[in-house]
Design a protein around this ligand. Structure first.
Ligand SMILES: [Zn+2]
Ligand SMILES: [Zn+2]
Length: 240
C-alpha cells in the first residue's frame, strides 16, 4: 500500500472507532458532515440582525434601517472601525463560550474559531491579529487565554500573523461583571499598554465576548494611539 493509501486506511479505522462528533453536545456527525457543530447546536446560535450599529454591532430592536450609529458610538466614537460577531451572546452560543472558557473544553477553539473566521468579511486585509490579553492572575487560574486560541485559529485560516505580546494588561482590575457601562470604562482606565512599537498596521483584535465593549474599546484606543492605522474587532458573542 502506498503512503497515502495507508493514511486513508488508518483514518477510516479511526473514524469507525471514534466517529466525528459535535464538540458541544457530543452527538455523532452524519457521514461527510463538515460544519464545526451539529445542525441542532448551530440552530441554537442566534445571528445578529441586519439592523445593528455599523460600528459596534449593537443590535437594534424593531427597526429595519441599520445605517445609523448607536447612541453610544455617536456620543463617544470608539477607536475601532467595526465589530464582527458570530452571534448573540445567549443560549447555545453562551453555553459554548462557557464550556470553552471555564470548563476546560479547549478543543472548542477549532469550531468556535472556524465560525469566527466565517463572520469576518472575506475581503478584509489585516497585517496583525492581536488577542485581548488576560491579566496574569487569571492566566494562572485558567492556564490559557481563550482569545489567543481563537486568534490563532482565525489567523491560520487567513494566513495572517498573530502577535500575542503586543498588548499587555498592566493593571489588575476588578471583574467587569456586575459593573455598569460607565464603571467598566473607569475600571479599565490605564490597564492596557503596548509592549512593542507599531506603525500604520491594520489590526484585528480578538476576544471571546463583547458586552458593553469597554475592553475592546480600551485595547483599540491603546493600539491607535500607539500608531495602528485601523483596528477591527472580532468576537464570538455580542451581548445586546
Ligand atoms: Zn451539537
Ligand atoms: Zn455603536
Amino acid at each position: 500500500m502506498e503512503g497515502a493509501g495507508i493514511k486513508y486506511f488508518l483514518l477510516q479505522i479511526l473514524k469507525t472507532f471514534f466517529p466525528p462528533a459535535c464538540p458541544l453536545c457530543s452527538c455523532t456527525f452524519p457521514k461527510n458532515y463538515s460544519a464545526p457543530f451539529c445542525e441542532s447546536c448551530l440552530a441554537g446560535f442566534n445571528p445578529l440582525p441586519e439592523a445593528k450599529c455599523p460600528r459596534c454591532s449593537l443590535p437594534f430592536s424593531g427597526i429595519s434601517n441599520s445605517s445609523h450609529l448607536c447612541g453610544r458610538c455617536i456620543k463617544q466614537p470608539p477607536a475601532y472601525t467595526r465589530v464582527y460577531a458570530v452571534g448573540f451572546y445567549d443560549q447555545s452560543l453562551r453555553h459554548a463560550i462557557h464550556q470553552f472558557k471555564f470548563n476546560g473544553k479547549v478543543g472548542l477553539d477549532w469550531s468556535l474559531g472556524t465560525l469566527l473566521e466565517q463572520a469576518i468579511d472575506s475581503d478584509l486585509n489585516i497585517d496583525l491579529v492581536v488577542p485581548v490579553p488576560l491579566q496574569r492572575n487569571r492566566l494562572q487560574q485558567r492556564s490559557y487565554n481563550q482569545a489567543l486560541l481563537l486568534a490563532r485559529k482565525v489567523a491560520r485560516i487567513r494566513k495572517w500573523p498573530v502577535v500575542n505580546d503586543l498588548l499587555l494588561k498592566i493593571r489588575e482590575t476588578e471583574s467587569q461583571q456586575g459593573l455598569s457601562a460607565k464603571e467598566r470604562v473607569k475600571n479599565l482606565q490605564g490597564s492596557f499598554t503596548l509592549q512593542k512599537t507599531i506603525s500604520e498596521q491594520k489590526i484585528l483584535l480578538i476576544d471571546d465576548v463583547m458586552t458593553t465593549g469597554a475592553t475592546v474599546a480600551a485595547c483599540s484606543r491603546v493600539l491607535i494611539e500607539g500608531g495602528a492605522a485601523q483596528v477591527y474587532v472580532a468576537v464570538i458573542g455580542r451581548a445586546a
